[in-house]
Ligand binder design. Structure first.
Ligand code: AMP
Ligand code: MG
Length: 411
């Protein structure tokens, strides 16, 4: 068996990065910057008020109350035409440019809100309620480095500096198919004996699209050499990556193995992991091929451990693997010490601790336990069973289901 990390490294070594092109901010969501972004100007672009109130010279307010002359009124979007001299103030709204001569803003609550004179009732230090020019982003500074995957706040930052067409690597196109004579489409009403509905394509399609890939669906391919050969050929020409499920286990009727071998260079691995031990990886005429096992839980685990990091690498991302946390085992978690085991786990909170327990049956066909899981409890090869109360690593493959209204706000 191949150690998991060796298998993951071999997969990443075989991947190239996709070309870069400018995209609109809307298109760029979830894609990865192909170059560093340097701020063409500072943010904020000019010193401005953080409060509705009065721009003042802090040195004018030594004892309070003190009365100042209001010489102008500046709403956001307009520009002060006058400078503040000793004994004067300018009424100012949040976001409006700070007038020359002012070094602080007194919030309206600390005044009598008056005009043409205002009574100031609180002492302010220089800089109070002032957002200095470049205080968030300095002009010319590197805001995000190449390899950053763009989320909602990243897109907002790019907008604020006028980078409306960031250079990102394009979306990978992923060709998927399910193999097996037993499979029928999910729309099938009554199942004939011996048939099951194809669950792997909907799972893969969703996981791939969440990642930002474009999915080309080649459907269900029967265990038939000619059809398989033709479909794999089309898929390899049209996809940046081809993903199959089924037909790669030991002792499997080895049609798929034959066809994969005929079309390209594909190796059949036994990875020291559970689930998803059998895994085919290689190239169909230069297109990377991921041959996932057939069992639905194995498909998702193989997606998480191999395909997701590989696609993120193609997309140019620096961070390829899921973040991890730590929990306490809420029960004995039995594992095979020869393999890295991904236990489908629910994670609950006990005071300051996270507690992980199995979310259901751990057989690789029990997809409900995966759907109910908040995380994988990961037990690396060599460790074996984690006893109740001991620590276990969590791999957070999705944010746990949110809190209910009662949990968040109380009864
Ligand atoms: P295989 O690797 O082809 O031997 O498949 C292993 C197990 O996964 C068998 O029980 C298959 O019926 C099942 N399986 C294969 N492909 C799918 C699929 N697309 N959806 C649901 N189950 C599948
Ligand atoms: Mg099969």
């Amino acid at each position: 068996m191949r150690p998991l990390h060796a298998a993951q490294s071999a997969v990443l070594d075989a991947m190239t990065t996709l070309p870069a092109q400018p995209a609109t901010l809307r298109e760029a969501r979830g894609l990865v910057l192909a170059e560093d972004v340097v701020a063409p100007h500072g943010v904020p672009p000019f010193a401005n008020s953080a409060m509705d109130g009065y721009a003042v010279r802090s040195q004018d307010i030594v004892g309070v109350p003190v009365t100042l002359r209001v010489i102008e009124d500046v709403p956001a979007g307009s520009v002060p035409t006058r400078a503040i001299a000793a004994g004067s103030a300018i009424k100012i709204m949040t976001g409006a440019p700070l007038p020359d001569g002012a070094d602080a803003v007194v919030k309206v609550e600390d005044t009598d809100a008056g005009s043409p004179t205002v009574e100031i009732r609180a002492v302010v230090a220089a800089g109070t309620a002032v957002r200095p020019a470049g205080g968030d982003i300095a002009s010319g500074s590197c805001v995000f480095t190449a390899g950053t995957r763009l989320t909602a706040p990243h897109l907002g930052v790019l907008a604020s500096i006028g980078v409306a067409f960031p250079k990102v690597r394009r979306r990978p196109t992923v060709a998927i198919m399910s193999t097996g004579d037993e499979l029928v489409t999910p729309e099938t009403g009554k199942l004939a004996v011996g048939k099951i509905r194809d669950t792997n394509r909907p799972t893969l399609q969703a996981a791939l699209e969440d990642l930002g890939a474009i999915v080309v669906d080649y459907g269900i391919v029967p265990d038939d050499a000619e059809t398989l050969n033709k479909t794999l050929g089309h898929a390899a020409r049209n996809g940046d990556v081809v993903v199959t499920s089924g037909g790669v286990s030991m002792g499997e009727y080895d049609l798929i193995k034959q066809e994969l071998a005929a079309l390209g260079t594909v190796e059949f691995w036994q990875v020291a992991m559970q689930p998803a031990k059998p895994f085919a990886f290689g190239s169909l005429g230069g297109t990377p091929l991921f041959g996932l096992p057939g069992n639905p839980v194995s498909v998702f685990v193989a997606f998480e451990q191999f395909l997701r990091p590989a696609l993120l690498h193609m997309m140019g991302a620096t961070r390829l693997f899921r973040s991890r946390g730590v929990a306490i085992a809420g029960e004995d978690l039995r594992t095979d010490p020869a393999k890295t085991v991904f236990i489908r786990a629910t994670v609950t909170r006990d005071g300051d601790l996270l507690v992980a327990a199995r979310s259901g049956g751990q057989q690789s066909n029990v997809l409900t336990a995966l759907a109910l899981a908040d995380a994988f409890a990961v037990v690396p090869a060599g460790e074996g069973t984690v006893a109740k109360g001991n620590r276990v690593e969590l791999e957070l493959f999705r944010s746990p289901e949110g809190r209910t209204r009662e949990e968040a706000l109380g009864g």
